[in-house]
Design a protein around this ligand. Structure first.
Ligand SMILES: *Cc1c(COP(=O)(O)O)cnc(C)c1O
Length: 447
């Protein structure tokens, strides 16, 4: 056990001040004076330590973490294997630039990605710093391989905040508003969204609806890549109807487009498999990862078929910090933790607990239109009772009530009417149960 934070922290919810406490309020005032206004925060609480299933703030409050820093610390904060490998690496060397003088840790991460991602074909990987950068590189690679330009994306998609990924992202406010012009050759088609699609629409029918638009408005021969989150993240944990993803992947195979799965939020054991595509036996041509990959250190990757990845000329990919040795060490520690603790199984178990608890809440609160998700990635969508009209106000009120009681929950959805739950996969059972009890109480209070 290392240090005074991380896995050794008492696993309890403990409120010793109001949320935020006085010290957090002081820091919030400094934040306002020093940090650009464009950066939001879900909770106005500053962190002192975190580990397991808790975040301890600077006032000594211990909060239950049902967000994992947006699906990042799936192995828990400061997980032992991450801390040990990072400390060892940071003392040996911190950076040489892989493009100048390479190092073995980078290879080990690529080998792990090639082994763990779906499909047993020959693969290659490239490492970068952020999810958005991984998505941008997937598009570059698909264009170089196909000699085509068009990229097909879906309603409610989230792929990042850089210029190209803003174009790929669906939601205007807050991600795109006032930041145009956006990159060209991006085409958006309808997602399979079972709650909101016509009753009984199958995955195959939803795919046909999307593909018909692609063929008529873009032209199959022009599509370089079709890019999709197998379960949408920021869009509200939308799980497409069964058959939707396989139909899209099949169309790409037939037409020569590159099928890209953005598994940045769904990847690395979060949904109960290494990658969410596996739930439908879909093998993407390219797959992007970030978030859960490295226990909190910045790292992201593109992994895919060798012939596609290797279509790019030497020097065409890279970046100063991409695959930083300390981040690679963290990734190897995180992957080791996922394997040794069998966190895929744990994610399935957490998913069962969350789903059954949230279904009980749904049964007594008709503002909940649906409970959905995969594994430890579960959400509830809130609408005005008896309708599909999104209820963002109640969603925000429930989230706020949870925060005040010391439970970190996140919202999502194009309409801001989804509460999403992404606990660390190492959260103890008693904390998960207590966190969900607080959510239940928040629904009752908000009424
Ligand atoms: C978070 C996210 C991104 C962007 O990742 P960053 O590291 O924030 O750039 C892209 N795609 C999906 C699905 C995400 O959840």
């Amino acid at each position: 056990m290392s240090g005074t934070g991380g896995p050794t922290l008492p696993q309890e919810r403990r409120l010793v001040t109001a949320i935020p406490g006085p010290r957090s309020q002081e820091l919030m005032a400094r934040r306002t004076a020093a940090v650009a206004r464009g950066l939001g925060s879900t909770l106005p609480v500053f962190v002192d330590r975190a580990g397991g299933g808790v975040i301890v703030d600077v006032d000594g409050n211990s909060l239950i973490d049902l967000g994992s820093g947006i699906a990042v610390v799936s192995v828990g904060n400061s997980a032992d294997a991450v801390v040990d490998r990072v400390q060892e690496q940071v003392a040996r060397f911190t950076h040489t630039c892989f493009m100048v003088t390479p190092y073995e840790g980078y290879l080990e991460v690529c080998e792990a990605l090639n082994r763990l991602t779906p499909g047993d074909h020959e693969k290659r990987s490239a490492l970068v710093n952020s999810g958005a950068e991984a998505v941008e590189n997937a598009v570059k690679i698909a264009r170089a391989y196909t000699g085509r330009q068009a990229v097909v994306v879906f309603d409610h998609a989230y792929h990042g905040r850089t210029n190209l990924t803003m174009a790929l992202t669906a939601k205007n406010m807050p991600y795109k508003h006032s930041f145009g012009p956006f990159a060209p050759e991006v085409y958006r088609v309808p997602m399979s969204y079972p709650l909101r699609d016509p009753d009984g629409m199958t995955g195959a029918e939803a795919a046909a609806r999307a593909l018909d638009l692609v063929e008529k408005q873009v032209g199959a021969d022009n599509v370089a890549a079709m890019l999709i989150e197998p379960v949408q993240g920021e869009g509200g944990f939308v799980v497409p109807a069964p058959g939707f993803l396989p139909a899209l992947a099949g169309w790409c195979l037939d037409t020569g487009a590159v099928f890209v799965a953005d598994e940045i939020q769904t990847g690395f054991a979060r949904t109960g498999e290494w990658f969410a595509c596996e739930h439908e036996a879909v093998v993407p041509d390219l797959l992007t990862t970030a978030k859960g990959i490295a226990g909190g250190l910045p790292l992201a990757a593109v992994t895919g078929r060798a012939e596609i990845m290797d279509a790019v000329h030497v020097g065409g990919l890279g970046g100063t910090y991409g695959g930083n040795p300390v981040s690679c060490a963290a990734a190897l520690g995180a992957i080791e933790t996922m394997e040794s603790l069998d966190l895929r199984r744990r994610a399935r178990r957490i998913g069962e607990v969350m789903t059954s608890q949230l279904r009980e809440i749904a049964a007594s609160h008709d503002v909940v239109a649906e409970v959905r998700g995969r594994g430890a990635m579960v959400a509830v969508e809130l609408t005005r009772p008896g309708s599909l009209s999104p209820d963002a106000a109640t969603t925000a009120a429930v989230a706020k009530a949870c925060h005040a009681e010391g439970v970190v929950v996140l919202t999502a959805g194009t309409d801001g009417n989804v509460l999403r739950f992404l606990p660390p996969l190492v959260i103890p059972d008693h904390l998960l149960a207590e966190g969900l009890a607080v959510v239940d109480k928040a629904f009752a209070t908000v009424g």
